[in-house]
Design a protein around this ligand. Structure first.
Ligand code: UD1
Ligand code: CA
Length: 450
């Protein structure tokens, strides 16, 4: 049995941000959410998140995650002080406590399992995760004997020049026997360079403590500033892209592509350069996305193509071609085998199968049937300055170039709209509507006017 505690109360001064550090995002999830994801498979009996700086914002950002308990650290006096706040919440608990810094977004579950296993097999009082870094600057240093038993831990700011040479660092993940830690916590002192209560000071006081090295040091990049955030982003992007390439997805020029780890891609999808896939996006097999496209929280069916376009909060069914230069937003649904083309913006619009909106249109709050053809430059005037109004267009209807459909308005099935019309009234099935003034030609006009 294990209880998990995540340290998320710090401001993250070095980020130079109004946003609390743990809410900065990486690959579509906040730093702290990533840490929580990494512990979930361990099925902890409780998950305590210590919040403090902008506590309400941090809690609100995590409200959809089940089974979290928030513990407030109203003043942030250090990582040891943060863990002191757990004392009233864990009274009588005698099992292990797994503590993780909230700014460790790349830690893997396997690594945590290995740490717990080592801790339990050796019946340690504490077991900590360490790494050997070629550039250990900024991290706390860990000094062990030849059996990996921890002798001393010194924060970077408290190190002597000689101690700074030690490349073994504290990753910020600890497994403690809670009873032993709880006994020592009230005795922590803040006599150090930062005048903080360090959790690291407790480590060597609780009994036998072992260090476990992480195999891949990339996992323990702690995010303190924007440079480390960029480093972590790059590491995560490499992980995500390798995963999809191994799973049968072609990435052309992977360096120019970004993919959130909330995205799902089926085999035989091709992602072209400068394309960004975000949020809860699904791309089905045979689709070709990009170059130069952004897909966010959208579902693209099989064999869809998207070229130089932005697709947000929308679904596109099989065989449809989007772009170049299309913008879908506000819950658009495009049916199968459609063409939505050049310089077209669709907002909250549903399109039936085999319908084309090929050139220079804006359709908002519109429902189109199947096999409709929207002529070049057709626009829905859906906004009267106060309210948005709907437009309905039946099956097989064709609008001429440069038509304006003034909503609310309904065009039936098999309607023809003459080019240049401004349609303000409903049109029944099978009709032709001409809503523009008749052309007047005045012969010899130029001579007369001279
Ligand atoms: C900490 C460790 C250091 C380790 C490094 C790994 C200590 C004293 N030092 O240093 O040995 O090498 O992590 O990345 O623990 N926090 C609170 N309340 C506080 C202070 C911090 O909840 O009062 C939280 C922060 O939100 C953060 C985490 O604790 O998620 C770590 O704090 P941070 O200031 O980043 O510690 P480091 O200086 O990086
Ligand atoms: Ca840190």
């Amino acid at each position: 049995m294990v209880v998990v505690a995540i340290l998320a109360a710090g401001r993250g001064t070095r980020m130079k941000s109004n946003l609390p550090k743990v809410l900065h995002t990486l690959g579509g999830r906040s730093l702290v959410e990533r840490v929580i994801k990494s512990v979930e498979p361990l099925s902890p009996s409780r998950q305590l998140v210590i919040v403090g700086y902008q506590a309400e914002e941090v809690k609100a950002a995590m409200q959809s995650i089940p089974r979290l308990e928030f513990v407030e650290q109203t003043v942030q006096l250090g990582t040891g002080h943060a863990i002191q706040q757990l004392l009233p919440h864990l009274e009588g608990y005698t099992g292990d406590l797994l503590i993780l810094n909230g700014d460790l977004p790349l830690i893997r579950t396997e690594t945590l399992k290995h740490l717990l296993q080592t801790h339990q097999e050796n019946q340690n009082a504490a077991t900590i995760l360490t790494a050997h870094l070629s550039d250990p600057r900024g991290y706390g240093r860990v000094f062990c004997n030849s059996e990996n038993v921890v002798q001393q831990m010194v924060e970077d700011k408290d190190c002597t020049t000689a101690q700074k040479q030690n490349s073994r660092i504290n990753a910020g993940v600890y497994c403690f026997n809670w009873s032993k830690l709880a006994q020592f916590l009230p005795h922590l002192q803040a006599n150090n360079a930062q005048k903080e209560y360090y959790l690291t000071d407790a480590v060597t006081q609780v009994g036998k403590v072992m260090a476990v090295d992480v195999e891949d040091y990339q996992e323990i990049v702690g995010i303190n500033d924007r440079l480390q955030l960029a480093t972590a982003t790059e590491i995560l992007q490499t992980r995500i892209k390798e995963k999809w390439m191994v799973a049968g997805v072609t990435l052309i020029d992977p360096h120019s592509i970004t993919i959130d780890d909330t995205v799902e891609i089926q085999p035989d999808v091709i992602i072209e350069p400068q394309t960004h896939l975000r949020g809860k996006t699904v791309i089905q097999t045979g689709s070709r996305i990009g170059p130069g496209s952004l897909i966010e929280n959208s579902h693209l069916g099989e064999n869809v193509t998207v070229l130089y376009s932005v697709v947000v909060d929308s679904t596109v069914d099989a065989g449809t071609k989007i772009g170049p230069y299309t913008h879908l937003r506000g819950h658009v649904q495009v049916g199968a085998a459609c063409r939505v083309g050049n310089f077209v913006e669709l907002k909250n619009t549903h399109i039936g199968d085999r319908t084309n909106v090929a050139h220079l249109s804006y359709l908002g709050d519109t429902t189109l049937g199947t096999k409709v053809n929207i002529g070049a430059g057709t626009i829905t005037a859906n906004y009267d300055g106060v309210k948005k109004h709907p437009t309905k267009i039946g099956d097989r209807t064709k609008t001429g170039a440069n038509s304006v459909l003034v909503a609310p308005v309904t065009l039936g099935d098999d309607v023809y709209v003459a080019a240049g019309s401004t349609v303000t009234e409903d049109v029944p099935d099978n009709s032709l509507v001409i809503a523009r003034s008749r052309q007047v030609v005045k012969p010899d006009w130029q001579k007369q006017s001279q």
